[in-house]
Design a protein around this ligand. Structure first.
Ligand code: FES
Length: 99
């Protein structure tokens, strides 16, 4: 029997790590696994675990603009994300957490 709940997180961060191994562009071409790790570490460092969740995701449909990172339920979409963009994403999450 299914169970329905409201989202337990203030913000759920999805990082596409889909890898097509060069057959076609995919977020893994832009080192998205590293972006995922950096975001997870930064969220843990801030003590936001339980309030902000970072999950890897499969293809989100905008592969040509990858790596892609989404924030839900805020409907914020970052494209062409590099490891150096993690601090900017964290600033955005900080504003969400502070609301
Ligand atoms: S491979 Fe990441 S959006 Fe498609």
């Amino acid at each position: 029997m299914i169970e329905e709940k409201t989202l337990p997180y203030i913000c759920h961060v999805f990082v596409c790590t889909n890898d097509r191994h060069g057959e076609r562009k995919s977020c893994a071409d832009g080192n998205s696994s590293s972006v995922l790790s950096l975001l997870k570490d930064a969220i843990a460092e801030q003590g936001w675990k339980g309030r902000v969740r970072v999950s890897q995701s499969g293809c989100l449909g905008l592969c040509m603009k990858g790596p892609n990172v989404l924030l839900y339920p805020q409907k914020i979409w970052f494209s062409s994300v590099a490891e150096s963009d993690v601090p900017d994403i964290m600033k955005k999450i900080e504003l969400i957490v502070a609301e």
